[in-house]
Design a protein around this ligand. Structure first.
Ligand code: SF4
Length: 101
């Protein structure tokens, strides 16, 4: 957002993401990975590479999911092999609330 008249300010991606609010559903995850299919189809590496929020990471040959950071963009679902990833929008009242565009 701008400052005074004639003033242009910029924000970094990290600053913009940091302005988001997340309500975490502790009872139900909106993301579930099939570890075997993620390994055998290459989906694990693909979703790590495409997720803009860094939700996925690999540790000890397992895909770990930090669903609290999910921006609900759907990119991971678009690149996942069939069945390797179960993804749906969080239940009502949970998930991300954007504060900046
Ligand atoms: Fe990452 Fe987007 Fe998938 Fe959420 S929906 S895990 S932000 S790629």
């Amino acid at each position: 957002m701008g400052g005074g008249a004639g003033t242009v300010t910029t924000t970094t991606l990290a600053q913009r993401l940091g302005a988001n609010r997340f309500e975490i559903d502790e009872e139900e995850s909106h993301i579930v990975v099939d570890q075997e299919l993620c390994r055998t189809t290459g989906t694990g590496k693909a979703i790590i590479a495409v997720c803009p929020a860094g939700v996925y990471r690999e540790q000890d040959n397992e895909i770990l999911v930090d669903r609290a950071a999910c921006l609900e963009c759907g990119t991971c679902l678009a690149v996942a092999a069939p069945g390797a990833l179960t993804w749906h929008y969080p239940r009502g009242g949970f998930g991300v609330s954007y504060r900046e565009g």
